[in-house]
Design a binder for this molecule. Structure first.
Ligand code: MSP
Length: 505
C-alpha cells in the first residue's frame, strides 16, 4: 500500500447556531476519508474548526444578549461534543479567534498589500449577512439572496479590493491542466464557465464592522470574514514556517458543500496565487440534504438534529445512512423511514445476519474456534480480493456510496455462500468435516475483510463485530486485515449482542 501524507479539511462552521445535519454530513465524510487513508498507511492530518467572526455571528450574539466570544465559546463546546459523539477523529480544531490564526491572517494581508494585490476603494452594493456574501444587482432574486432567500442589505463603505481580475487567466489555465481540481464534474463545469467569463475584483475588508481581524496596515478595517476563514487551512498548519505546513500543504482535499464552491475553487486559489503558494489538489463539493422533500431552514424549524438521530439510532447507523443513501456530490432527501429501512435491511438483515449465522455455526460445529484452513483458492476468497480492489478505487475517487455497495456485494456473496454450501448438511456427514471447516473459515475471512473495509464508515460497531470474530477491535491495516487468508490459528469467536437489533418501522 502507498504511504505518504494526506491532508483533509472540513469547512469551518459558523458559530451563530449549533451544528445540524449538513455540518455533520461534511464532518462524517472527512472522517471516513481520514480513517481510510490512515488504514492505507498514510500520515493523515484532518482539520476542522469554527468560523467565529463577521456580521452574522455578531448579530446572533446581540440577539442572545451576549458578546460574540461568549456565543462562540458556547457553540464551540456543543460542536466539539457532537464531533465526539459522532466519533470524528480530527487531529486539530481551529478557531478563527485564536491568536495562532489571527496572526497568520494579518501576515497574509500584509503580504497581499506588499505585493500590490490590494487596492483601496469604495464598495457600494448588496450584501447577504446570512451567507456573508457580496451580491450584484443581477444576482438578486426579488431583492433577496439567491442562495438563502433572505433579504439582501445595501452596503456602502470604504474597502480594500483584492485584484482578483488579474488571476482569472492563470486560474483557467490551472483548471485546464487539472481537471481534478474541482469535483464532481458538474461543479467543475460550473466553475470553469464562470471563470472563463472573467473575474471581478473582490472586496476583502470591511470598515463598517468591528468583529473581525484588524488589518495590520489600516486599523479602520477588519478582514472580510470569508478571507479570514479560508486562511484557516494554512494557519492551522503554522504557515509560513510550521513543520505541519511543510509536511501537509497543499491539502489533498477540501471537502465542502456546493453552496460555498466559489469561495473555495475561485477566491481561495487566487489568494494563494497572489501569495505564490501551491493550490490545494482538489476541492470536492457535496450536495444538499432536504428533509422529507423540503429545504431545511431555521424559519421552518425543520433541521434534522444529529444529536436526536444518534440518540435514537446510534452514531454508526447515522454515519452509514448519510453516506449510503445519497451519492456524494448529489442532493438527497433525509427521511427517518429510509434510515430505519437501511438499519433493518442493510445492517440487520445482510450484515447482522451474516455475522450471526457464521458465529453460531462456528460455535456449534467447531467449539467456537475458527478452523484454520487455506481458503485462498475458494470463489469467496477471489471475490473478496476483487471487491476490495473495487472498493479502493471508489474510496480514492471519494465515491462513498459506491464503496459501500462493494462491501455489500461481499456481504451478500457471504450470505449466498451459506445458502449454497449448506453447512448444516455438511455437519451431518463425518467425511465432510474438512469441507465444513473450509466453509466456516471462508465466512469468517469474508467478515474480516468486510470489517476492515467498513471500519472507516462505522468504527464503533465494526470494532464490536471484530471482537465477536475474535479479532482486535481496531483494524491495523489493509495489508494485514484485508488479506483473505490472513487468519491466526486458534482464533476464538465470542458471539455477543446483535449489533443492529430490528427497529419497529
Ligand atoms: N463558515 C463557512 C465556511 C468557511 S470555510 C473556510 C460556512 N459555514 S456553515 O456553517 O454555514 O456551513 C458549513 C457547511 O455546511 C457548508 O459546506 C454547507 O454546504 C453545509 N450545509 C449546510 N446545510 C446543508 C444541508 N442542508 N445539506 C448538506 N450540507 C449543508 O459556510
Amino acid at each position: 500500500m502507498p504511504d505518504g501524507t494526506f491532508y483533509v479539511t472540513t469547512p469551518i462552521y459558523y458559530v451563530n447556531d449549533i451544528p445540524h445535519i449538513g455540518h455533520s454530513y461534511t464532518s462524517i465524510a472527512c472522517d471516513v476519508l481520514a480513517r481510510y487513508h490512515r488504514l492505507c498507511g498514510r500520515d493523515v492530518h484532518f482539520l476542522t474548526g469554527t468560523d467565529e467572526h463577521g456580521i452574522k455571528v455578531q448579530r446572533a450574539a446581540e440577539a442572545n444578549n451576549e458578546t460574540p466570544i461568549q456565543l462562540a465559546n458556547r457553540v464551540v463546546e456543543r460542536s466539539k461534543s457532537l464531533w465526539q459523539r459522532l466519533n470524528i477523529s480530527n487531529d486539530d480544531f481551529i478557531r478563527t479567534t485564536q491568536q495562532r490564526h489571527e496572526k497568520v491572517v494579518q501576515l497574509v494581508f500584509q503580504k497581499l498589500h506588499d505585493v500590490g494585490a490590494l487596492v483601496l476603494g469604495d464598495y457600494s452594493g448588496w450584501y447577504c449577512a446570512s451567507c456573508e456574501n457580496f451580491l450584484t444587482e443581477d444576482e438578486l432574486a426579488d431583492g433577496n439572496c439567491p442562495d438563502c432567500g433572505k433579504k439582501a442589505e445595501w452596503a456602502s463603505e470604504p474597502t480594500y479590493f483584492f485584484k482578483m481580475s488579474e488571476y482569472g487567466g492563470r486560474l483557467l489555465a490551472h483548471l485546464d491542466q487539472h481537471p481534478e481540481f474541482v469535483r464532481p464534474q458538474v461543479r467543475f463545469n460550473e466553475v470553469y464557465s464562470r471563470v472563463k467569463e472573467g473575474l471581478r475584483d473582490v472586496s476583502v475588508t470591511r470598515s463598517s464592522l468591528k468583529w473581525g481581524v484588524p488589518l495590520p496596515f489600516d486599523t479602520g478595517h477588519v478582514v472580510y470574514v470569508w478571507i479570514d476563514a479560508l486562511v484557516n487551512y494554512i494557519s492551522a498548519l503554522g504557515y509560513p514556517d510550521g513543520e505541519l505546513y511543510e509536511k501537509f500543504w497543499p491539502a489533498d482535499v477540501h471537502i465542502i458543500g456546493k453552496d460555498i464552491i466559489w469561495f473555495h475553487a475561485v477566491i481561495w486559489p487566487c489568494i494563494l496565487m497572489a501569495l505564490d503558494l501551491p493550490l490545494p489538489k482538489t476541492v470536492f463539493a457535496h450536495g444538499w440534504w432536504t428533509n422529507t422533500g423540503e429545504k431545511m431552514s431555521k424559519s421552518k424549524g425543520n433541521f434534522v438534529d444529529p444529536v436526536a438521530m444518534t440518540d435514537r439510532y446510534g452514531a454508526d447507523a447515522y454515519r452509514y445512512f448519510l453516506l449510503r443513501e445519497m451519492p456524494f456530490g448529489q442532493d438527497g432527501d433525509f427521511s427517518e423511514t429510509a434510515l430505519v429501512g437501511r438499519i433493518n435491511n442493510d445492517l440487520g438483515n445482510d450484515l447482522g445476519n451474516l455475522l450471526h449465522r457464521t458465529l453460531t455455526m462456528i460455535e456449534k460445529y467447531c467449539d467456537g474456534v475458527v478452523p484454520h484452513i487455506d481458503v485462498g483458492a475458494l470463489d469467496l476468497g477471489q471475490r473478496s480480493q476483487e471487491l476490495l480492489d473495487v472498493y479502493h478505487s471508489r474510496m480514492r475517487d471519494v465515491e462513498f456510496s459506491r464503496a459501500l455497495e462493494a462491501i455489500w456485494e461481499l456481504i451478500r456473496s457471504g450470505n449466498q455462500w451459506v445458502e449454497k454450501s449448506k453447512p448444516w448438511k455438511l455437519a451431518k456427514v463425518p467425511e465432510k468435516e474438512a469441507d465444513l471447516g473450509a466453509v466456516l473459515c471462508a465466512l469468517a475471512a469474508t467478515l474480516r475483510v468486510a470489517s476492515v473495509m467498513l471500519w472507516p464508515f462505522m468504527p464503533k460497531k465494526t470494532e464490536k463485530l471484530r471482537e465477536q470474530l475474535g479479532l482486535c477491535g481496531e483494524p491495523d491495516s489493509f495489508d494485514s486485515d484485508g488479506v483473505f487468508t490472513n487468519l491466526q490459528p486458534g482464533t476464538r469467536v465470542a458471539k455477543g449482542e446483535p449489533l443492529f437489533p430490528r427497529i419497529q418501522e
